[in-house]
Write a protein that binds this ligand. Structure first.
Ligand code: LLP
Length: 438
């Protein structure tokens, strides 16, 4: 993975930093991000568009991992930014991200969120449904401001991934249905409004998708409608945003295609269809999250207690778990790991890695071959860069781990560890009894 290597001491090294040293310096659990790998992924997408000579925007879907430093890194790499809430927008503002390159998503944006987006002049709002369309019009007319808009459509595609992260199928909470006339109605309403500058169409079919079929099919269906709409309503979009969702390799069993291939095939399809229908080739926007940051993240844990269930399995508990990575419990997601302090030792034992929460489902990895694990060993779980920290929680009042960026032998703390004080900082006492703590 990226700049990972094993050094002379037999320790796992990332970005030229020894993970054993990182664990000593910052404690565990600890998220470590390989910054060079994020840059490589971002450049990979951009180079593909350049090579194919297509006008594009690559927006980082910040839901995958949002923090001020991460947003600043996205800005350094010339990415646009997809935000889905006031919180993600606020983070972008705090990071000094160019607001004209922010795309605001979400299926239930509040009036406050829309006002905030307008006030800060975000690049566009991705409108999801009719209530939002009228709310946006109201807010825009109140503030006498025009807003650029993409309409999110649901093309009726069943991509093959986990049900919870499927979004393009007909029965979805997201978007205007493309097939039953909803999208066309939305288009006419938006085109009619003096407050809306209709840039184009958006669609996102799901996440962790391993092949291009769904994307190509979605592009085909949308282009067919665009042809119809250009003839009927003289509408030609400037932008076609095909979302994110490009799958990554979590374990050896996963077999994703290289990220550039998704982009190539999408572009080829849209070009073909544009020529066929005599339409102007739109700008192609994408908004990957996982494929930009997923494999750049590694979580370091310290091994603690062990429990042997004779003839069944051996549990190795670590000092984190579903608090910092809920994906195994939520989606049955699979991960690979190594002993970072003894990375060259033979893997002679089959064990299962448990978290420390009071819940049997708090397992990080079922059945993994590792060297004989001792208390105090350092476990590195790979590919935790997307939807790890961003879905972290304080269940059992466990503080969230810090995040460190590593690059060229340098480590930088970009999110500090939560303290026990942080854990109670929102609590309002019921009476004046002060406990004895500090
Ligand atoms: N655009 C839209 C409109 C989205 O809804 C998403 C993800 C993305 C882009 C970025 O998708 P990506 O490239 O990261 O696959 N928590 C789940 C993933 C939820 C994805 C939600 N939407 C997980 O941990 O697998």
């Amino acid at each position: 993975y990226g700049t990972s290597a094993i050094n002379e001491a037999g320790h796992l090294e990332i970005g030229g930093c020894d993970t054993v040293e990182l664990a000593k310096k910052y404690g565990t659990p600890l998220y470590v991000y390989d910054v060079a790998l994020i840059r490589e992924r971002a450049r990979g997408f951009k180079e593909t568009f350049d090579r194919l000579n297509v006008k594009a925007q690559v927006a980082y879907a910040s839901k995958a991992f949002s923090s001020i430093a991460m947003v600043q890194l996205a800005a350094e790499e010339g990415l646009s930014l997809d935000v889905v809430s006031a919180g993600e927008l606020y983070t972008a503002l705090a990071a000094g991200f160019p607001t004209e390159k922010i795309h605001f998503h979400g299926n239930n944006k509040s009036e406050e969120e829309l006002k905030m987006a307008l006030e800060h002049k975000v690049g566009c709002i991705v409108v999801d449904n009719f209530s939002e369309l009228s709310l946006l019009e109201e807010v825009c007319s109140e503030q006498k401001t025009q807003m650029s808009v993409l309409l999110r459509v649901t093309p009726g595609i069943e991509a093959h991934t986990h049900d919870y992260i499927l979004t393009g199928q007909e029965d979805s909470k997201f978007g205007f249905d493309l097939q039953n006339g909803q999208a066309e109605k939305a288009l006419l309403a938006a085109a009619d409004s003096p407050w809306i500058d209709l840039l184009g169409i958006h669609c996102h079919i799901g996440s962790q998708i391993f092949d291009t079929t769904g994307f190509v099919l979605a592009a085909e269906k949308i282009m067919e409608k665009l042809n119809e709409w250009s003839k009927k309503h003289h509408f030609e979009p400037k932008v076609l945003n095909l979302g994110g969702g490009f799958g990554i390799r979590y374990t050896a069993e996963d077999d994703p295609i290289p990220p550039a291939r998704y982009v190539e095939e999408i572009i080829t399809k849209v070009k073909e269809e544009s020529i066929r229908y005599g339409l102007e080739m739109p700008e192609i926007w994408i908004e990957p999250g996982r494929s930009l940051v997923g494999d750049s993240g590694t979580t370091l844990y310290e091994a603690g207690s062990q429990k042997d269930v004779p003839n069944v399995r051996k549990y190795i508990a670590v000092d984190g778990g579903m608090n910092d990575n809920i994906r195994p419990a939520l989606y049955d997601a699979k991960y690979e790991a190594v002993l970072a302090n003894r990375a060259n030792d033979p893997k002679e034992e089959l064990v299962s890695i448990a978290g420390k929460c009071c819940e049997s489902g708090d397992m990080l990895i079922w059945d993994i071959h590792l060297p004989q694990v001792q208390k105090g060993d350092l476990l590195a779980v790979f590919c935790t860069g997307a939807y790890g920290y961003s879905m972290a929680n304080n269940y059992n009042r466990i503080p969230r781990p810090p995040v460190v960026f590593v690059e060229n032998g340098r480590d930088v703390l970009v999110v500090r560890r939560e303290s026990l004080k942080d854990i109670i900082h929102l609590d309002m006492p019921l009476n004046a009894n002060a406990g004895n703590y500090s």
